[in-house]
Design a binder for this molecule. Structure first.
Ligand code: GLN
Ligand code: ZN
Length: 756
């Protein structure tokens, strides 16, 4: 049985590419030195795959920053504003990726967006009326040649023209259809080059096929590939899809002249049904995505073999593959030194998945495979009793009833009670939670982690930071205070560390965008809160002020979405377990005298299904209740806040309102407050704090500009319902700019308060 890989992680075993790139940005190494690091990584990854016997090894899956940006460059679609800087090719590329401010000019980066339902982010291509799409680069050809030089014949991988057009933003009067012809011609030119090189297979990634498509979309796709495939010459073309099934276009896709079609059998809920209904053409190779490219658990060989065996009635020509690029999993388990063997034996990161594919290709179709060593070893893992079971938690979730998800006093009634109790007056000012993570704050945590200071010393230092933070806020005149979150490095990791059932890794980094990597914790067993997590800090902070200090928690959906989930129970089950743990914390905070509790759901939208018909049934129907579960037990006078990082929730405004929080703050300054219209149209009940300035930039906003934002907001939001706050936490900012920005915010608020 042959095997294929869709893509391999590119930042390196120990994030070598990240560190080299950052040195390059700081001008500490030359372009050549950076390129040397990149070359070394590519070679290593190809060799690894070659050693694992992978038949279709990808090339051009490497990227210095983002592979959508690579394609934008390859298609000559990089906006003029970047080219006009007159920088080197590499620096022009980085200017588009990161923005540029210097002697050559001042340009913002391209917009960044979430890559389908992952935590990877791509740079959005922009098409202007005068954009001239054509083949304008050598990267895929050079990388094929480079691999060939070391004896590895690869399958070049390029994002397809349809997905490129679907992701692109048209900036002028033209629409994507106006560019389709040129895009087709560029791909024909790409195939010409691959023909000259004698490439055997090329992979066009078309993940946009798994999204909801209109007939016009399908027509665009079909027309594009009819043209392109007519010129494929001797190169075999693999159409690769992932992150779902291609229910809207399956019949058209199999009717086109592709040589191979890659389908996702794990996330593609209807993939099997599509094969059942329409069959699979005998003249094409079926690339079957059966090894999970997104999660870190070992494959259950019994299940995979049964799945592949079941496919043989549709195709005699099957290649097994990962369900998507391995970009979304960490590099290797070998970097983990502190995982217990009864924990780590369940995991397979990217490198270990290569081994799985190797073993699976040997087992599938082999007679007596059930007695082979690799099979027996794998099955032993799956037959073993799972550790970290918690019958008590399971029973608590099982016994939840409707009432556990409902606050017993409705929001409109609570409002009056809270106004009376909190006495905040109109238009209260507040912040989102974290204050600048200064060198001292970070050192305190790292010293404690290394054992250089005791827990008592650590806590004394935290108290010092909290005291400073409260004093600063009092001095600035903010109305609702926060403790500053100096005990947290990360809003999910901090809670994970304090919940039983979580596992932490040392080096299991996954690229989020460019040089930014995240290290998601792993939900390993049933989740339970063992001890109060934040009460000590919140109680202390509140003791320092007569103003309300918000208790600060992360919500269950965000904790779940930023972790690697289990595969043996449902997301809903996990969300409810976490919800119960946070609920205990909420009740303890209330008991300790905390009057306002904020439960952040920064990543609420992250796992919203790609298919609209599944939004509710597969996600919102449990995600929203899991949030309500956290706070339904508090008294009516306790005010519950939530925070969302992006305001792009126009389409689920009603669901957000149904979280039944009393107040929500969100990022809105970059999206020009367009969300507010949707709030008004949907009679949004929750009080709102649309962020009045962008904390992602060190720039200090002026009083006037914030007054303008607030005036605008007040034309659409009732003054009784409006809060005044920055658009996210301040942890990445410096103290100086934070002080100045917040002083201006309070001044702007005062001007508005005096006017209403
Ligand atoms: N309370 C968190 C903070 O202020 C929220 C962070 C976030 O939304 N990403 O840092
Ligand atoms: Zn935020």
């Amino acid at each position: 049985m042959n095997s294929s890989l869709i893509g391999f992680p590119r930042v390196g075993k120990l994030r070598e590419l990240k560190f080299a790139s950052e040195k390059y940005f700081r001008k500490e190494i030359s372009t050549e030195e950076l390129e040397q690091v990149a070359k070394g990584l590519r070679e290593m990854h190809w060799n690894l795959q070659q050693d694992a016997g992978i038949s279709h090894i990808p090339s051009n899956d490497f990227s210095y920053y983002d592979n959508v940006l690579d394609l934008t460059v390859l298609l000559n679609a990089l906006p003029e504003s970047y080219k006009q800087l007159g920088l080197s090719e590499r620096d022009t590329y980085f200017a588009a990726a990161r923005g540029y401010q210097g002697e050559a000019g001042d340009v913002k980066a391209l917009a960044m967006k979430k890559w389908f339902n992952t935590n990877y982010h791509y740079l959005v291509p922009e098409l202007f009326d005068d954009s001239e799409i054509k083949l304008a680069g050598d990267k895929p050809f050079d990388e094929y040649e480079e691999a060939k030089q070391i004896g590895v014949l690869t399958k070049p991988v390029i994002i397809g023209g349809f997905t490129f057009l679907k992701l692109a933003k048209c900036k002028g009067s033209k629409t994507i259809n106006d560019f389709a012809e040129d895009v087709a011609n560029a791909y024909i030119a790409i195939l010409d080059r691959f023909n000259e090189q004698g490439v055997e297979w090329v992979q066009f990634d078309e993940p946009s096929l798994v999204t909801d498509l209109t007939q016009a979309d399908v027509a665009l796709f079909t027309a594009l590939y009819e043209k392109v495939l007519a010129h494929k010459g001797n190169v075999k073309v693999l159409l690769q899809t992932y992150f779902g099934d291609i229910r809207d276009s399956y019949e058209e896709v199999v009717g086109l002249d592709f040589d191979g079609i890659g389908l996702d059998f794990l996330e593609g809920k209807q993939t099997l049904a599509l094969l059942e209904r329409h069959g699979f053409p005998a003249d094409k190779t079926l690339f079957a995505g059966v090894v999970n490219g997104k999660n870190i658990w070992k494959s259950d060989y019994k299940k995979v073999i049964a799945l592949v065996n079941g496919l043989e009635k549709f195709s005699q020509d099957i290649v097994i593959s990962t369900s998507c690029s391995l970009l979304h999993v960490p590099y290797t388990l070998e970097n983990e030194t502190s995982l217990a063997p009864d924990v780590s034996r369940y995991f397979a990161f990217a490198k270990e998945k290569l081994q799985e594919i190797k073993e699976l290709t040997e087992l599938i179709g082999a007679s007596g495979y059930e007695n082979k060593e690799s099979y027996l070893a794998n099955q032993q893992v799956f037959s073993a009793e799972r550790v970290y079971e918690d019958k008590h938690v399971q029973a608590s979730v099982a016994s939840l009833t409707e009432r556990d998800f409902v606050r017993n006093v409705p929001r409109t009634k609570r409002r009056a009670i809270q106004k009376e109790k909190l006495q905040l007056g109109l238009l209260p000012t507040t912040t989102i939670g974290s204050f600048p993570q200064t060198k001292e704050v970070k050192q305190n945590r790292s010293k404690y982690r290394k054992g250089d200071i005791t827990k008592a010393e650590y806590d004394e230092n935290i108290k010092g930071f909290i005291k400073d933070c409260i004093e600063l806020q009092e001095e600035l005149g903010l109305d609702v205070l926060v403790h500053g979150e100096s005990e947290r490095n990360d809003m999910v990791e901090f809670f994970g560390e304090n919940l039983a059932g979580y596992i932490f890794t040392e080096k299991a980094w996954v690229q989020s965008y460019g040089t930014r990597c995240v290290k998601p914790p792993i939900i390993f067993g049933d989740i339970r809160r063992e001890n109060p997590i934040t009460v000590f800090y919140s109680e202390y902070a509140q003791s320092l002020s007569d103003k309300p200090v918000k208790g600060m928690l992360t919500g269950p959906v965000t904790i779940l979405n930023w972790s690697f989930p289990r595969e043996d129970i449902s997301l809903k089950e996990m969300a409810f377990q976490i919800g119960l743990a946070i609920r205990e914390e909420v009740l303890d905070l209330e008991e300790a005298g905390i009057k306002i509790i904020q439960i952040d759901e920064a990543a609420l939208k992250e796992k919203l299904p790609i298919r609209r018909e599944e939004w509710n049934s597969e996600y919102l129907d449990w995600a929203i209740p899991s949030f309500r579960l956290c706070h339904s037990g508090v008294r009516p006078e306790t005010q519950v806040h939530t925070h969302m990082c992006y305001s792009e929730f126009e389409e689920i405004v009603t669901d957000i309102d149904n979280m039944d929080a009393d107040v929500i703050s969100f990022e809105a300054s970059r999206s020009k407050l367009t969300i507010i219209d949707a709030l008004k149209a949907n009679r949004f009940e929750t009080e709102v704090g649309p962020g009045v300035y962008d904390i992602h930039s060190p720039r200090v906003p002026s009083v006037e500009e914030m007054v303008a934002v607030l005036k605008n907001a007040l034309t659409k939001i009732d003054e009784e319902n409006l809060w005044i706050n920055p658009d996210c936490g301040l942890k990445t900012r410096g103290i100086k700019e934070t002080r100045e920005s917040l002083a201006n915010l309070v001044a702007a608020a005062q001007i508005i308060k005096d006017a209403v």
